[in-house]
Structures are given as structure tokens and as C-alpha cells.
Design a protein around this ligand. Structure first.
Ligand code: NAD
Length: 357
């Protein structure tokens, strides 16, 4: 990797501590001097949100959250914030909840304190997403970057193991894809490698002991690093593929990332030896693909896109849309033929090795 690069570090306060989210949130709001707090959490996340905000004077509790931030829900939330004279957004939940807070911040400029409860990582990026009909639009805007992120592993103890695995592999995908994304540089590669190391350690511990603290803390730490690497490096081939599948066929976010990752790694690794060596080292393995395979086996990770509603007849259209979006930085040239092979293997859950040949 050349040592000539431009790297942008996003400014955020990160407060990390198990059992400390309530205290950290109250202190942070006091420091910011906010008095009209909008607490955003889905119905399913409301109990966690109430416990975190127990010492906060909440002006508006808002729960109309849906996956991929439908534009009409964003509009409703923006109107509610304006009607209540809100001066601070607090999101407590997964990427969908953080996404709604970002949609409000995008047009209002209101600051966000994000309290994540999954490993999606949206809290550490300046990327927003909105869905209109079947079309998902994403963009970059500094207004949507949460001012403060509060990590508390206790809040993730209730995340079911299956969802923890998929969400954690979504984080791992940010790390791996950062190695060859358009703005890949040595700084985000270092963050991504440390993210892989943390997730590779944390996720198996969660599988073995879902209520243990060590695995949950390592996974949150890894999720944060993964998101910082992703925000800095941009979307690589993996994210382009998952974005197309999620946006066009409404595939579940975390599970799609978890399933597609080994195929993109096997596809790109032979053409990106430096990145592959770095990924292998982070896994503590001699080979990047073997490292990921071993982790996925330990986690009993999602294997085939057909298990999540993807169908063979979607592949030609998917290939067309992906081809138009593949970043120039991708180490392997994409063609209709090799992308069809990749998607067919991912659809069926074939051994990713066939893509390295
Ligand atoms: P999600 O937010 O939809 O949450 C998945 C499910 O887990 C929901 O039913 C939620 O209620 C539940 N849940 C969340 N925390 C829980 C907990 N602690 N215990 C029990 N249940 C819990 O899914 P996600 O994977 O966190 O986020 C996916 C969304 O985030 C997608 O829309 C994706 O595009 C977006 N995202 C955006 C960025 C970005 O940088 N903008 C990055 C990553 C993901």
C-alpha cells in the first residue's frame, strides 16, 4: 500500500462502559445544555431506552421506527421534532433506530447522542439512508454523524444469539471491505484489522455464553472500529452487492451481509495479497478465507441467500445493477460472468473457494 494518502477522521465523543449508559447519557445531556430531548427507540427497544433515559427529562418519546428508514416515517419524525421544539435527538437501538435519528438530523441539523444496541455500526458514520418505494438512497452528510456515542454492553445482552452473529458479521464485513474500498488507506486498514481481531474474539464468546460480558464488550468495540473504518474507506464491492440486494429485494440487512462476505473475500483476496495477508493476520490464521471460514463455522453463520428470499431469477438484474456500481478501486475486475458466478454461489451456499480459482 502506498504511503501517499488523504485520510479524514470524523470527530465524535465515544463513551464506553458496561452498566454506565444511564449515567453517561444524563451527564452528556447536561454538558451539552440540551433541555428538549426526543428519545427515539422502536417498540421492541422501548424497555432498554426507558432504563437508559431514567434520569433524563424527555420531552418526546418516539417509537415509529421501521427498517431502512421509509421516507414518510422520516417526514413524520421531523414534523414531531419541530412541533415539540426538540433540541437534542437521543437514539437507543439498532441501525434502523439510529437511521431515523439521522434522517431528522439531516434536515434539522439537530445533534444526536446515539446509544447502539446492535453491532451495525451506523452510530459511528456520517452516512444516512432513506427508502422511497423499493429504492434506497444513501448519502454522506456531517450533520448526521452523532456528536456522542454511548456504548454499554449490558444493553446488548438481550440481542438473540442469531441476530448477534449476523449483526457482528455485518460489522466484520465493514472491516474486510474497507481494505479495498475507494478511500482505503493505511489508517482505516489498521482500524479494520483491529476490528476483525475484536469481532473474531468476541462473537464466539457470545455464542458460547450470550450473557457473558467479555464477548459483548469485544463485539461492541469491534463494531465501533468497523464503522470508523467503513466511514473512512467508503463502500467497496461487498457493500455495493448488499445494498442492491437489500434495496431491490428487501433482503434482511445483517443476514445478507453475513452471507455474502465469504464470497466477496474469496473473489477479491487472490488479487489483493496485501489486504488478504492483513485480514489473515487479524484472524490469527495463515489464510484470510480460512480465518473467516473457521469463525463462521464456530458461529453457525447464515450460509445461503436463498434462505432469506433471494432467487436465481433475480441474478441477471442484480448483476446489471451491481456492475454499474462496482468501485474502480476493486482489486478484481468484475464482469457479468464472474458476478453471476459469485451470486449463484452465495444463493446456494456453495463453497466460496470456487471463486478463488
Ligand atoms: P435493526 O436496527 O433493524 O434491528 C434488528 C432487530 O433487533 C429489531 O427488531 C430491533 O428491535 C432488535 N433489537 C435491537 N437491539 C436489540 C437488543 N439489544 N435486544 C433485543 N432486540 C434488539 O437492525 P440493524 O442490523 O441493527 O441495523 C440495520 C439498519 O442499519 C439497516 O437499515 C442498515 O442500512 C442500517 N445501517 C446503516 C449504517 C450507516 O452507516 N448509515 C451502517 C450499518 C447499518
Amino acid at each position: 500500500m502506498s504511503l501517499e494518502f488523504t485520510h479524514e477522521t470524523l470527530g465524535q465523543r465515544v463513551l464506553f462502559g458496561s452498566g454506565k449508559a444511564g449515567q453517561h447519557l444524563a451527564e452528556e445531556i447536561r454538558t451539552m445544555g440540551a433541555s428538549k430531548v426526543m428519545l427515539i427507540a422502536s417498540e421492541a427497544e422501548s424497555a432498554i431506552a426507558e432504563s437508559v433515559a431514567r434520569d433524563v427529562d424527555v420531552a418526546l418519546t418516539y417509537s415509529d421506527v421501521a427498517p431502512h428508514v421509509p421516507a414518510e416515517k422520516a417526514e413524520k419524525a421531523r414534523s414531531a421534532a419541530a412541533e415539540h421544539g426538540i433540541d437534542l435527538l437521543v437514539s437507543v437501538g439498532g441501525g434502523s433506530t439510529t437511521g431515523l435519528a439521522k434522517a431528522v438530523a439531516l434536515t434539522s441539523g439537530l445533534p444526536i447522542i446515539a446509544v447502539p444496541t446492535t453491532y451495525a455500526g451506523s452510530e459511528a458514520t456520517n452516512v444516512w439512508g432513506l427508502t422511497e418505494g423499493a429504492r434506497k438512497t444513501t448519502g454522506i452528510d456531517s450533520r448526521v454523524l452523532p456528536a456522542t456515542v454511548i456504548y454499554d454492553a449490558d444493553l446488548t445482552l438481550s440481542l438473540p444469539v442469531e441476530l448477534s452473529v449476523a449483526s457482528g458479521l455485518n460489522g466484520l464485513a465493514h472491516c474486510v471491505d474497507s481494505m479495498w474500498a475507494p478511500r482505503a488507506d493505511p489508517i482505516n486498514a489498521a482500524l479494520g484489522a483491529e476490528g476483525i481481531r475484536a469481532l473474531n474474539r468476541g462473537l464466539p464468546l457470545i455464542k458460547q455464553d450470550p450473557t457473558g460480558h467479555e464477548g459483548r464488550e469485544m463485539a461492541l468495540y469491534g463494531a465501533y472500529l468497523s464503522a470508523v473504518a467503513f466511514a473512512s474507506a467508503g463502500s467497496g464491492l461487498h457493500h455495493k452487492i448488499c445494498h442492491v440486494l437489500g434495496g431491490t429485494w428487501n433482503m434482511p440487512h445483517a443476514e445478507t451481509h453475513a452471507t455474502v462476505l465469504p464470497y466477496v473475500l474469496a473473489f477479491n483476496a487472490p488479487q489483493a495479497p496485501e489486504a488478504a495477508a492483513r485480514i489473515a493476520g487479524a484472524f490469527g490464521s495463515d489464510d484470510a478465507n480460512d480465518g473467516l471460514r473457521q469463525l463462521r463455522e464456530a458461529l453457525d453463520a447464515p450460509r445461503a441467500l436463498q434462505d432469506f428470499g433471494f432467487k436465481a431469477e433475480y441474478i441477471p438484474e442484480a448483476v446489471q445493477i451491481i456492475l454499474a456500481a462496482v468501485p474502480e478501486s476493486n482489486p478484481r475486475k468484475c464482469t457479468p460472468e464472474n458476478l453471476t458466478t459469485l451470486l449463484t454461489a452465495a444463493l446456494q451456499g456453495d463453497n466460496p473457494k470456487i471463486l478463488s480459482d
